[in-house]
Design a protein around this ligand. Sequence first.
Ligand code: FES
Length: 271
Amino acid sequence: MQTVQIDRRGGFAATERVDQWWIGPAATAIGLVIFFGYLTLRAFNATYVWYDPYISPTVAPPVFTPASGYPGAVPVSHSWFGAFPSWWPPFLPQSPAFFLPALAIAFRLTCYYYRGAYYRAFGMTPPSCAVGGLPRRYRGETALLLFQNLHRYTLYGALLLLLFLWWEGLSAFFRGGRFGVGVGTIVMVVNAALLTGYTFGCHSWRHLIGGRLDCFTCDGAVSARYRPWQGASWLNERHMRFAWLSLVWVALTDLYIYLVSSGSIRDLNTW
Ligand code: FES
């Protein structure tokens, strides 16, 4: 195997690489700013997040909902505990996104794939393999970054959230008790499916079901954990793809519901 010696004496972005190494971190930075930025804005603005029977993933499941003043808000009857309580701080917007949907942020923020991606795209120490980084002392994930160790626990929150998103997606086949299907139904179900692909490709999930086992067949029978571990491994190899597809689709699902709820477009459906 050929060994390539890398000259580390150069400054920032110094490299002997001849490929377009900067495209990856630049595209990652742009993508993260656009999609996380959009979803953050929507989380703080809980208007037009509902169009019966569709609900935006930015506010699902709704623990509380605004009783008034937010056009297109989730109806009080659909919220778990009704309207926002009187103790809710008046300087904060009344957004259901601040409750269970926030678990998705914690899950993505601490994801092994995203960590690598945003450390390179924004921290730039280094911005890519064999490329000079910003002059900072490497301290690993210590100090403030210790919270990254919570990823395995955020997985439990993400699994819980996934259940509710499937519930909302399947409930979107019914309007007023009548079965039917609309474009929004399909958009919501695809959203739940992509998030399932992302969540079950998680490294922590793969370890949870297949970890601490040296052999799946040593007791003479194939362990029941083998097939799920194989599935998780398949998804894990495609984790980056599912991370982006699911992120983009969450934003598109919200945008679609925003547009039909605000009357900008018409939902095609069978009801
Ligand atoms: Fe990406 Fe767990 S490693 S979600």
